[in-house]
Design a protein around this ligand. Structure first.
Ligand code: MV4
Length: 672
């Protein structure tokens, strides 16, 4: 007889911590959250029965501190640790330490993780177990002559890969033998700096690859099953964007071959718990049973596990807990259903129109699709309205997961889910995701890992501001719409027009300029907006979930929400924000412009290139700010003399001063 845990610690944050806690609660298991200083008020902390602070915001000081996490488990009486994904989830040293502390690691053994950690050794092991592996050289020899002759045997083009690799680092495609030595040198240097290991392997280059992975599950009684495949071919810079199950176009024959190979792979390392076998598939001639090869195994629960849950109706976290507690797998292979089609989209705080620059900001308004409606939509998130996307962690806001009877129904459900998602306060990739869902190649199931890059320009065009959005923002900012809804007789008075010179002022900040508008009431639901050049008459009706604005050339249904310093207009899954200036603060703000550079987001001053007293030229780089794992050069907006500059190594808050100029350039920010 096995006994289920009475309390577990979740060694993670964000949506996956919330996901694990939810299943634990369903099973009546107590939960302990851990959190960094930055996460004290995070959703996962609020959801757990208790929570322990494990250190400062940087992950190396908190979520990667194995010692603090194990101490937290011991202190709170947790019997087992769920690692989620990322962080310590595939760290065999952590698993050893957990076991040594007398706790259970909810995941595979340290040996299983080690067996799959190095890509060359894993491939040799899989080859021996009879799992198809990409034709190539996965041996120990590293001399140029040996590798170059192996490349000739394999046949060009070949791909050089770091054996410690992942994420495409240290990967070089070589088309011609003359380029081999050069490519090897550069792959080695990149691998050395990324992984501290410059050993490589050489493979046949697969020209039009698809990424198809098989979900496997093992228990501690020698059983292994698979839960079908997921297609994760839609990636950008090795980051998955959209995942789905089943794989488009897969046949029963190919599925049997792939899932059979995956189960064989898991058996070869006595695998226990949730795992994924990744295959690379040559999609040049459709899916064929002899055109897929083992890439690597992920020895953890994956981000995209919900698509598998949607098609099987199973709870993979529940399975993880049961297996870790010593139970046998809940179902046999034959009992595992496959129903319909599921798609997941990763909603990120980032700006596709600016090379996917990570965005930060506060989620002033956040509303997800009605998640329970009919079970066809599920949102996995770790944030709430009012939360801030911090530069310390992955900027994923949520995963939207949909299910439909078939792929077409799932695509429609996803398009609706994206349209119903309302986020104001930060830029998101929702329009990019919607463009992908509508992409004719994707819709046809013709997916491969190059799809996004081939059509990147088209997929990332900035969304045009909808006609009427600005007018609606101005009307809302005037306060007149709210009064009309509340039935204020002053504004709802029919025929109210005798005092049309009384215009309510609204001042917007538009592209660095301050623009003044006046709003007057013409009658019931009728208004006029007078701007610097034009005047427009509009009608606004209040509908249950939105405003309906009509005017010449305008027919807009949208929601409005007030956010700090502005109004967001939400429609069709996109938010357009308008900065509203308080006319009384304008004069003061104008006096401060031009002589100061402020931090566009919180971050670390990585390097300072000039000093106080230096005379600088327009465009000259003054300092480098590291934020969101990226470096941003801050350059001089005009010639001038530096009065003050932030110090190297200092942490700065959003909008705090980075540079102050001595000779302020004359800037007239009040002109229209
Ligand atoms: C390949 C390949 C083509 N041929 N191997 C990229 C990350 C790493 N885990 C495996 N990767 C690839 N390996 C051979 N022999 C093309 C890729 C690849 C890729 C693979 C899966 C998903 C997206 C990808 C994007 C670019 C390249």
């Amino acid at each position: 007889m096995t006994k289920m845990f009475s309390r577990i610690l979740v060694a993670n944050r964000g949506e996956i911590a919330c996901r694990v806690i939810r299943t634990a609660q369903k099973m009546g298991i107590g939960t302990v959250a851990v959190y960094s200083d930055a996460d004290a008020h995070a959703l996962h902390v609020a959801m757990a029965d208790e929570a322990v602070n494990i250190g400062p915001a940087p992950v190396t000081d908190s979520y990667l501190r194995a010692d603090h996490i194990i101490a937290a488990a011991l202190k709170t009486g947790a019997e087992a640790i769920h690692p989620g994904y990322g962080f310590l989830s595939e760290n065999p040293g952590f698993v050893d330490a957990v076991v040594k502390a007398g706790l259970v690691f909810i995941g595979p053994s340290a040996d299983s993780i080690r067996a799959m950690g190095l890509k060359d050794a894993a491939k040799r092991l899989m080859e021996k177990a009879g799992v198809p592996v990409v034709p190539g050289y996965h041996g120990e020899a590293q001399e140029l002559v040996v590798l170059a002759s192996k490349a000739r045997e394999i046949g060009y083009p070949v791909l050089i890969k770091a054996r410690a690799g992942g994420g495409g680092k240290g990967m070089r495609k070589v088309d011609d033998p003359h380029e081999f030595a050069e490519a090897l040198g550069s792959a080695r240097r990149e691998a050395k700096s990324a992984f501290g290991d410059d050993r490589v392997l050489v493979e046949k280059y697969i020209a039009k690859p698809r990424h198809i992975e098989v979900q496997v599950f093992g228990d501690n009684h020698g059983n292994v099953v698979h839960l079908y495949e997921r297609d994760c071919s839609l990636q950008r810079r090795h980051q998955k964007v959209i995942e789905e199950a089943p794989a488009p176009g897969i046949t029963a024959e190919v599925r049997a071959a792939m899932t059979g190979a995956a189960v064989k792979a898991a058996h070869a390392i006595n695998y226990s718990g949730a795992g994924t076998i990744e295959f690379i598939v040559d999609a040049t001639e459709g899916l064929k049973p002899d055109r897929f090869w083992f890439m690597e195994m992920n020895t953890r629960l994956q981000v995209e596990h919900p698509v598998t849950e949607m098609i099987t109706g199973l709870d993979l976290v529940e399975w993880q807990l049961r297996v870790a507690a010593g139970e046998k797998l809940p179902l046999t292979q034959k009992q595992i259903p496959l129903n319909g089609h599921a798609i997941e989209a990763r909603l990120y705080a980032e700006d596709p129109a600016k090379s996917f620059l990570p965005a930060i900001g506060t989620l002033h308004h956040l509303a997800f699709p009605a998640s329970v409606r009919d079970g066809s939509v599920r949102t996995e998130t770790g944030v709430r309205a009012g939360d801030t996307i911090s530069p310390y962690y992955d900027p994923m806001i949520a995963k939207l997961v949909v299910h439909g009877a078939d792929r077409t129904a799932a695509l429609t459900a996803m398009e609706n889910a994206l349209t119903e998602t309302e986020i104001a306060g930060t830029t998101t990739n929702a329009p990019f995701l919607a463009a992908l869902i509508r992409h004719e190649g994707f819709a046809a199931g013709d997916v491969d890992t190059g799809l996004i890059d081939r059509d990147l320009v088209r997929l990332t065009v900035p969304v045009a501001v909808e006609a009427g959005a600005k007018e609606l923002a101005i009307l809302y900012a005037s306060g007149l719409l709210k009064r009309a809804v509340l039935g204020d007789p002053w504004t709802t008075l029919r025929g109210y027009s005798h005092n049309s010179t009384l215009a309510y002022p609204v001042v917007l900040e538009e592209a660095g300029h301050t623009v003044r508008y006046g709003v007057s009431v013409l009658g019931d639901e009728r208004y006029a907006i007078t701007g610097p050049e034009t005047s427009i008459e509009l009608r606004v009706r209040h509908e249950p979930a939105c405003w309906h604005l009509t005017a010449k050339g305008i027919n807009l249904r949208a929601k409005t929400v007030a956010i700090p310093n502005g109004i967001a207009v939400l429609s069709k899954g996109a938010a357009t924000t308008f900065a509203v200036a308080d006319p009384f603060l304008l004069a003061e703000a104008a006096g401060n412009a031009g002589d100061r550079l402020t931090a566009p987001m919180p971050g670390l001053v990585k390097s300072v290139r000039v000093a106080a007293g230096d005379v600088v030229k327009k465009g000259q780089i003054l300092l480098v700010l590291e934020a969101m794992k990226m470096e941003h050069s801050i350059s001089a907006p005009h010639d001038g003399k530096i009065a003050e500059i932030a110090s190297e190594g200092s942490q700065v808050k959003e909008k705090s001063s980075l540079v102050r100029f001595e000779e302020a350039a004359a800037v007239d920010s009040t002109k229209n």
